[in-house]
Design a protein around this ligand. Structure first.
Ligand code: ZN
Length: 101
């Protein structure tokens, strides 16, 4: 995950923004949103563009908490958000840091 995404999670924590966890996610995005949608919001375009925008790897990831293998960094973030119930800052700290130019 890139710095822009981490900054968004930190900002959400500072604002005390309500965090969505679990499914189904509401189809219209109000202030309550899950962490991965927050970092992808505004990217538009294809899945590939959204991953690039947030700096998320499409390679499989192993959860450092429970060793479950997730199919991408996005899935890992959703797993942190929904299955572990981590808050904004915990997700920010636990997501892999992407290489940035
Ligand atoms: Zn896990």
């Amino acid at each position: 995950m890139n710095q822009q995404s981490r900054d968004r999670l930190i900002q959400a924590a500072l604002e005390g923004r309500p965090q969505w966890s679990g499914s189904p996610h509401p189809s219209s995005y109000g202030p309550t949103i899950c962490a991965m949608l927050l970092v992808m919001q505004g990217s538009g375009g294809t899945v590939k563009k959204r991953y690039e925008y947030a700096g998320l790897s499409r390679e499989p990831q192993t959860c450092p908490e429970c060793e479950q293998v997730l199919r991408s960094e996005y899935s890992l973030g959703v797993h942190f958000n929904d299955d572990h119930g981590f808050d904004w800052l915990t997700i920010c700290n636990k997501m892999p840091v992407s290489d940035e130019a």
